[in-house]
Design a protein around this ligand. Structure first.
Ligand SMILES: [Mg+2]
Length: 435
């Protein structure tokens, strides 16, 4: 709840939504074994205050259904109108525990992604008001303030508030130096741009070479549609990148458990750095069985893991070696902080999912916060990078020598240019009107 002092200051007075879609399926950008024709989209929200600030957020979708997602965001309007951003721990939990909306999940799917969009917009607003990039704002919170942001319900068998405090207090040591290190050196990235399934071998070869030239320390290939094609494409990538260069593979949930084990073992001679989303993101025991069946190749997942509880189980089961959290699927910044702490508790590195539209812009803030204030290390950690659609953002990511440069503008880097929003609004924006 707010204090009388805060009530005098400012209020959110408007929640505005936009159904924004990019016709990426025309070029097969983003094509993989399960998503052959994505139109990268954002169910976009702007929260406006009575003193002239605006917080931006979005849920990422791949086309049809973006209207449903946008409507779900609108259903949260009553939680933010008349409010401020002083206590985002409380406001996040209020939305999650709306008893009627909660029936639509709980804590999963369209409604949870809508909460994510609104929570992230609130954080964008808070960081803008503070005049700081979000990663720095979060890094400067005290361990106690961070713990207050988290919903520990369903976590306390492996992570209690006291244990979270212990992790955060341990990371206090050296935090100042790590913040300076981020400002100086940024955070390591890897690129998925060469690996889309719809690209031919020449384009794959050229993009692998470009990735090396740009200084990336890892690439990723999409797999899972046809084994012979995967073997041929992996061979091409190995020829260009060399025997020891980290090349991950991503099946985008294509396989049943036995098929995953057989397929990945067939690709073992090419030494995959990890296999990502081998099967359904809900199949915790399936991931554990795959991890056992393809040893020592590590399993990674997370972009479709719906909440902190499933991450908890994946970690408890020893099913994954990399946590690939997504900035816009679980309940926004707050739930992602819980996931960062879970990963730290289990000693598992976080290598976030990004790409789509705006996901790189958002998730860099979470990894930088993780390094500064939670895990305290960048070892064996990289943020995914995909070189699509950044030009539509006011504060786009900057990649220098294969690393994300630290954002310095206030906010969560979520705002898109008004002209981009207008042109890509579905179905009446000029991009779609003339299609
Ligand atoms: Mg993926």
């Amino acid at each position: 709840m707010t204090t009388p002092q805060e009530q005098k200051s400012y209020r959110i007075v408007e929640l505005e939504t936009h159904d924004i879609r990019f016709p990426t399926s025309r070029e097969l950008d983003g094509s993989d074994a399960m998503n052959p024709d994505p139109d990268y989209s954002a169910a976009y929200v702007v929260l406006k205050t009575d003193d002239g600030y605006a917080g931006h957020g979005f849920a990422f979708t791949i086309g049809r259904g973006n209207d449903v997602q946008t409507a779900a965001i609108s259903a949260l309007e009553s939680y933010v109108i008349g409010r401020d951003v002083e206590d985002l721990g409380a406001l996040y939990k209020e939305m999650v525990y709306d008893s009627q909306l909660r029936w639509l999940g709980p804590e999963k799917g369209v409604m949870h992604m809508a909460i994510s969009a609104v929570v992230n917009a609130l954080w964008d607003l808070k960081a803008k008001r503070a005049g700081k990039p979000l990663w720095l704002l979060l890094s400067e919170l005290t361990p106690e303030q961070i713990v207050d942001l988290i919903d520990f319900r369903y976590l306390s068998d492996v992570l209690t508030p006291e244990q979270a405090l212990e992790i955060l207090k341990k990371a206090e040591k050296g935090k100042g130096e790590r913040v300076e290190h981020i400002k100086r050196e940024g955070y390591p990235a890897y690129t998925t741009s060469p690996g889309w399934l719809g690209y031919d071998d020449d384009k794959l070869r050229r993009l692998c070479k470009e990735a090396l030239d740009a200084g990336f320390g890892q690439i990723k290939l999409k797999v899972g549609a046809d084994l012979d094609d995967d073997i041929r494409r992996f061979r091409v990538a190995r020829e260009v990148c060399g025997a020891d260069f980290p090349i991950a593979i991503d099946a985008n949930q294509r396989w049943d458990v036995p098929a995953a084990i057989d397929w990945v073992n067939a690709l073992k001679p090419f030494n995959p750095h990890w296999v990502e989303e081998p099967t359904s993101p809900d199949d915790v025991l399936g991931h554990a069985a795959i991890a056992e069946g393809i040893k020592p190749i590590p399993v990674a997942t997370g972009e479709h893991v719906q909440n902190r509880i499933v991450f908890k189980q994946l970690l408890q089961a020893g099913a994954i070696s990399y946590v690939q959290l997504d900035s816009a699927r679980v309940g926004g910044v707050n739930e992602n902080i819980a996931i960062l702490l879970l990963a730290a508790r289990f000693g598992i590195p976080v290598c976030p999912h990004a790409g789509g539209v705006g996901l790189c812009e958002l998730v860099q803030h979470l990894s930088m916060f993780d390094y500064a204030a939670v895990s305290g290390t960048m070892e064996n950690r990289v943020i995914e990078y995909v070189d699509h659609l950044h030009e539509h953002f006011v504060d786009p990511v900057v990649i220098v020598d294969g690393r994300y440069a630290a954002p310095s503008s206030p906010g969560f880097s979520a705002a898109m240019h008004p002209e981009s929003i207008a042109a890509h609004t579905f179905p009446d924006g000029e991009i779609w009107r003339d299609a």
